[in-house]
Design a protein around this ligand. Structure first.
Ligand SMILES: NC(=O)c1ccc[n+]([C@@H]2O[C@H](COP(=O)([O-])OP(=O)(O)OC[C@H]3O[C@@H](n4cnc5c(N)ncnc54)[C@H](OP(=O)(O)O)[C@@H]3O)[C@@H](O)[C@H]2O)c1
Length: 298
């Protein structure tokens, strides 16, 4: 089968389409024929080597965590899905014709698998952040709200009854309004902009883009413990929290179920790419201004 791999860490140019043997499902895993695979910032950080313990790759590596598609193999111990079911979720090496998933949910008829291929990480992260934040009423602030995680978070938070203020570039403010958030501009005026938009204070704040705003978010909430970042690892030094997939306290499947239970949940797909254009997709995501998500279609 055809898959995107890299043999050395580096720029998006290290990504190449190669022919490799098909993956096999291990215990608790499934193999899908990939309809689409979302691109995440984490894919680009792994590819660049910035997250690697050593400078050399041991062997050629696949790329991609998100995907949706049709189940073609079910591993031992899996009893909630059958061959032929259409699922979305997360796994590994998803920029390929076939890929392994270890977390999934069955996709109801009527939801386009090409779009749902971009849901996994954004939905899991959003569910985890809302659960960890624990705010049940009032207003929350999302810093960097127009990307993949922010687009999912706004919808889940609104469905939980929260008012959402989101920061984004002014050109993306209509997009945030469409999703149900009150948009504000980021930058030096962030605190003033949020105060002008807030009624009755900010109950919790989530730093999505890692733009160095932790102290502003603490100022706005008045409580460092009510600030969580997913991308600024200085947050704990400032009294705020950091949340990662590696230390998650929630089940990805509960996150998937929350999105599926929400009528009309959707993630905007800004652009579709082929396997051959995976490098271009990585470069675009690295630019840090994706509106919604990007997907690769094998
Ligand atoms: N720890 C975890 O578990 C976890 C999970 C998922 C993602 N992440 C990380 O979280 C980050 C966000 O992920 P994502 O998928 O949402 O990224 P994304 O789709 O690339 O979106 C990033 C958003 O940040 C906004 N932005 C850019 N510069 C900004 C600034 N100076 N201030 C405020 N916002 C700014 C952009 O908005 P405009 O285009 O409107 O400017 C863009 O929409 C990434 O670093 C990713 O690696 C961590």
């Amino acid at each position: 089968m055809r898959a995107v791999q890299f043999s050395t860490y580096g720029t998006p140019d290290v990504l190449e389409v190669v022919t490799i043997s098909e993956p096999r499902a291990g215990r608790g895993e499934i193999v899908i024929e990939v309809a689409s695979a979302g691109i995440n910032q984490i894919d680009t950080k792994i590819r660049s080597g910035s997250m690697a313990a050593t400078a050399e790759l041991a062997a050629p590596a696949g790329t991609g965590v998100d995907a949706a598609g049709t189940v073609v193999e079910v591993g031992d111990g899996v009893d909630d899905v059958a061959i032929g079911d259409v699922v979305f979720g997360t796994g590994r090496g998803t920029l390929a014709e076939r890929a392994i998933l270890d977390q999934w949910a069955i996709l109801p008829a009527g939801i386009d698998p090409v779009e749902a291929g971009a849901w996994g990480v954004a939905v899991e992260t959003s569910h985890r952040l809302l659960s960890d934040l624990g705010v049940t009423r009032g207003t929350i602030l999302l810093s960097g709200a127009s990307g993949g995680v922010g687009s999912a978070l706004i919808q889940l938070a609104r469905a939980r009854g929260l008012r959402v203020i989101g920061s984004a570039s002014p050109k993306n403010h209509p997009y945030l309004e469409q999703l149900g958030a009150v948009p504000v501009a980021y930058g030096q005026e962030l605190v003033a902009n949020v105060r002008a938009a807030a009624r009755g204070g900010i109950a919790g704040a989530l730093d999505l883009s890692g733009a160095g705003v932790i102290s502003d978010l603490i100022t706005l909430t008045g409580d460092a413990s009510q600030v969580i970042s997913i991308s600024d690892f200085t947050a704990p030094q400032q009294g705020a929290r950091i949340s990662t997939g590696a230390t998650r306290t929630t089940s990805p499947r509960d996150g998937f179920a929350e999105a599926l239970a929400l009528p009309g949940f959707t993630l905007h797909i800004e652009k579709r790419f082929s396997l051959e254009d995976a490098g271009e997709a990585h470069r675009s995501v690295e630019g840090g201004h994706t509106v919604g998500k990007l997907v690769v279609i094998p």
